[in-house]
Ligand binder design. Structure first.
Ligand code: NOJ
Length: 575
């Protein structure tokens, strides 16, 4: 794709669609989605109107973490197809005017990557490419408590694995098959940049960068504080947003030509703050276009107790959080907008109401609210159908390494089985990883074989074939929202202003661009709601651009009813 096809800032008016290849479409009946399967569905994605596809990893991998453990950055895993298949997919996207963004997982490799294999030898020049450390002073290696520090792995247990060959330990913030690369070593960085340049040459249009704010760590690797009832400490303080993060991102941008080639770059950044994101996404600093923050997806957990400690979500907190980011990145930088992805529960089950009565309206209203914020929206496969959580009830149903390890760990620490299963049913990553529903046939039309995870029981009502045929479906609502972004500069650029911040039901805000003012009025609750005319701009003469319900009354909103208005010039001058 030429530079003309990627004008400066093109990603601001784009909508990105995330594909989790394992669960999207299986072309060869092995029960696992693949690249030819994706290519076969490009027309569907084009009809939805999305501009960019982001592929979760399809590289060679032992699949300990479903491909986020890469053993060869330069090849496609045979499970997903071949490089030729990938070239076809890129070509198929470009021919339809769409772009393709690859996942870039360079905080860690697989332990089966040749770099790590070499690094196992203490005399190897690659020894320093990873974080190898001897046992804690005064401890004998491989005995309890002898790990070099007390950090927990994100996937339970210690963040260190003992290697009998050299008697030393290596650091793995994620699974023990995902050793962390040592970005302090300039050879590591150059090897990564060279690999990225080869993907750009191959025709990809950008990168979604996995946990990219972990690449700079506190090189002293100090002990953390162990919370009550836990064995290991969180490593967050020392591994997130380290001292050289900006330097590394600027170097990467320069060496790969990320800004010069107008590539889309989005950094996944757990623990990112508005201030950090503003710097990272300031175009003048030439780091990244946008980041995925985690603040809003942490609002339904008990503070400081991690993702499994469930707490009710309060709408005012969610609205205010997004508003803080809208304000913080209004002048400099850019937001990414998402409610779900392959690591999060389904949006409609988490933020909406997935009961048969309210599922459709709540999926539409959540989409309206999200897509009308300022930033680049991300649609996760199936979100455009209002797909729901899985409803798994047994530990044997789950495949996700984080879920399976958490279950074992929590039970060993004495938590009740029911409590653990309840947390998993709400928060497990497998909620978003069940097969895409294409139709109401067996396995939802995802595979002719036995799917690696079963399709959700509601596939007969919730599927692509039904949604495309129904003009009132969630799918067509998403399609209209995407069209609006392409058509209306106010949706892309407009200044954001939150109204009624403390209202527990209504999410209302305006977007203003020059003389044009759009107003979103959304009832984000399963009860009727009423808006006081004094609290919102005058609606006289306002035009409804998009609505979930026909014939809605101006100030009365049915459960999960939402409307997007364009205010009339008359009411603007009065407001
Ligand atoms: C974030 C990815 O989104 C997640 O799926 C993965 O497990 C971790 N990073 C480790 O790569």
């Amino acid at each position: 794709m030429t530079l003309e096809a990627r004008p400066d800032g093109w990603w601001k008016s784009a909508v990105v669609y995330q594909i989790y290849p394992r669960s999207f479409m299986d072309s060869n009946g092995d029960g696992i989605g693949d690249i030819p399967g994706i290519t076969s569905r490009l027309d569907y994605l084009h009809d939805l109107g999305v501009d960019v596809l982001w592929l979760s990893p399809v590289y060679r991998s032992p699949m300990d973490d479903n491909g986020y453990d890469i053993s060869d950055y330069e090849d496609v895993d045979p499970l997903f197809g071949s490089l030729v298949d990938l070239d076809d997919l890129i070509d198929g996207c470009h021919r339809r005017g769409m772009k393709l963004v690859m996942d870039l997982v360079v905080n860690h490799t697989s332990d089966e990557h040749p770099w790590f294999q070499e690094s196992r030898d203490p005399a190897s020049p690659k020894r320093d490419w990873y974080w190898w450390r001897p046992a804690r002073e005064g401890h004998e290696a491989a005995t309890p408590g002898a790990e070099p520090n007390n950090w927990a792995s994100v996937f339970s247990g210690p963040a260190w694995e003992h290697d009998p060959k050299s008697g030393e330990y290596f650091l793995h913030v994620f699974s023990k098959k995902q050793p962390d690369l040592n970005w302090e070593n300039p050879e590591v960085r150059q090897a990564v940049y060279a690999m990225m340049r080869r993907w750009v040459e191959r025709g990809v249009d950008g990168f979604r960068m996995d946990v990219i704010n972990l690449i700079s760590k506190d090189p002293a690797l100090p002990d953390g504080v162990v919370a009550e009832g836990q064995t290991y400490a969180s490593s967050e303080k020392s591994v997130l947003n380290g001292p050289r993060l900006h330097e590394f991102l600027q170097e990467m941008n320069r060496e790969v030509g990320l800004s010069d080639r107008h590539l889309l770059t989005v950094g996944e950044m757990p623990g990112s703050t508005v201030e950090l994101a503003r710097d990272v996404t300031d175009p003048a600093r030439r780091e990244l276009n946008m980041v995925f923050t985690f603040e809003h997806v942490g609002l339904d957990e008990q503070p400081g107790r991690g993702k499994w400690a469930l707490a009710p979500l309060e709408l005012p907190r969610l609205k205010r959080n997004l508003e803080t980011w809208q304000r913080g990145l209004a002048e400099t930088g850019w937001n990414s907008l998402y409610l779900d992805n392959h690591d999060q529960p389904r949006a409609v089950s988490r933020f909406g109401d997935d009961s048969p009565e309210h599922r459709v309206a709540s999926a539409k209203t959540l989409a309206t609210v999200l897509h009308l914020h300022r930033g680049t929206p991300y649609v996760y496969q199936g979100e455009e159908l209002g797909m729901t959580n899985t409803g798994f009830t047994e530990i044997d149903d789950y495949r996700d390494i984080e879920s399976v390890n958490y279950h074992a760990d929590a039970i060993s620490l004495g938590l009740e089985v029911e409590v653990v299963l309840e947390s998993l049913s709400v928060k497990s990553r497998d909620n978003a990883r069940t097969p895409m529903h294409w139709d109401d046939s067996e396995h939802a039309g995802f595979t002719a074989g036995k799917p690696w995870l079963p399709a959700t029981a509601n596939k007969d009502e919730i599927n692509v074939a039904a949604a495309v045929a129904d003009p009132d479906s969630v799918f067509h609502h998403f399609r209209r929202l995407i069209e609006l972004r392409h058509r209306e500069p106010t949706v892309v650029e407009g200044r954001f202003e939150l109204l009624l911040p403390e209202d527990p039901q209504i999410w209302a805000f305006t977007r203003t661009h020059g003389d044009d003012v759009l107003l979103v009025l959304a009832n984000c609750s399963s009860d009727d709601a009423r808006v006081d005319a004094a609290d919102i701009p005058d609606l006289t003469g306002a035009e409804v651009l998009l609505a979930t319900h026909a014939d809605g009354e101006d100030l009365q909103l049915a459960p999960w009813e939402s409307r997007l208005y364009r205010l009339s010039s008359e009411s603007r001058s009065r407001g």
